[in-house]
Design a binder for this molecule. Structure first.
Ligand SMILES: C[S@@+](CC[C@H](N)C(=O)[O-])C[C@H]1O[C@@H](n2cnc3c(N)ncnc32)[C@H](O)[C@@H]1O
Length: 251
């Protein structure tokens, strides 16, 4: 058994430059816009939507963009990191956005987020070791739909990838993260168990080529492959980004 110490994934919040980069105030990411368009084209984010909860919201960067476009919708970001929630509140001072500290690996006690209309979970599902725990938490909030932007594979395999980034922390110990990839077929079974049907799974490839990161550092870049002219990688790993949508089977 490995004795490797694994830390919470919020150490980088001490770095003000990274906060500036990740809060998308400088520029909205192409993937944020594409995921928003996915929600719109599948008619889940609509004039009838009242309340959307963003699970593992980080700095709530996506909510800034979503709320500008949908001022009638209430958005709530949840994350287990106190540091991130504190920064998210500072960055997103809007009437229709709020944040709570919630650990989704524990039973929910926050009444405000229960019975929301929809759930978004963006680039966070890949942090979990199994698909059951986050799906159980999300379905317990009884939303009509759950939309996830994460790493999925159309085959009978789950792949676990743990990242240690040795340049992230001044101590040089390495920060921790995950790029776990889940089998679409298997998560569809988990959704079914909790009363949801996996309705859509769309691969996401950036339209614009992303340049390779200098000195092999972490960060998304694209390469032309047989899969797509803009296949996404980070370091040595191919990232099979998908947008998926699950809908409640019955009320
Ligand atoms: C890769 S970040 C993505 C953040 C944000 N969704 C984005 O796209 O910018 C993953 C987020 O999940 C949060 N997270 C990880 N495990 C969690 C848990 N058990 N409960 C709540 N949040 C968690 C982390 O704190 C982090 O903010």
């Amino acid at each position: 058994m490995s004795s490797m110490k694994i830390r919470n994934q919020d150490n980088w919040v001490k770095n003000k430059k990274l906060i500036l980069k990740h809060n998308q105030k400088i520029k909205t990411y192409e993937s944020t816009i594409a995921f928003y368009n996915f929600l719109k084209s599948n008619r889940v984010l609509s004039k009838k939507t009242m309340h959307v909860v963003d699970v593992g919201t980080g700095l709530g960067s996506h909510l800034g963009y979503f709320s500008e476009k949908n001022s009638q919708v209430k958005f709530t970001g949840i994350d287990y990191s106190s540091r991130l929630i504190k920064e998210a509140k500072k960055i997103n001072k809007k009437d229709n956005i709020n944040f709570f500290k919630v650990n989704i690996l524990k039973k929910n006690t926050n009444k405000f987020i229960a019975n929301c209309d929809g759930i978004t979970c963006i680039q966070t599902f890949c942090c979990f070791k199994n698909a059951k725990d986050p799906i159980k938490f999300m379905s317990n909030l009884k939303p009509k739909w759950i939309a996830i932007n994460s790493l999925f594979y159309n085959g009978p395999l789950d792949i676990q990838i743990h990242i240690k980034d040795y340049e992230d922390l001044p101590s040089g110990e390495g920060s921790d993260g995950d790029f776990n990839i889940f089998s679409l077929k298997e998560i569809s079974k988990v959704f079914k168990k909790y009363g949801y049907r996996l309705d859509k799974a769309t691969q996401f490839y950036p339209k614009v080529k992303l340049p390779k990161i200098k000195n092999g550092r972490r960060g998304s870049y694209t390469m032309r492959t047989e899969l797509n002219k803009n296949t996404t990688f980070s370091g040595p790993v191919h990232l099979p980004w998908h947008f998926i949508l699950a809908k409640k089977i019955r009320d």
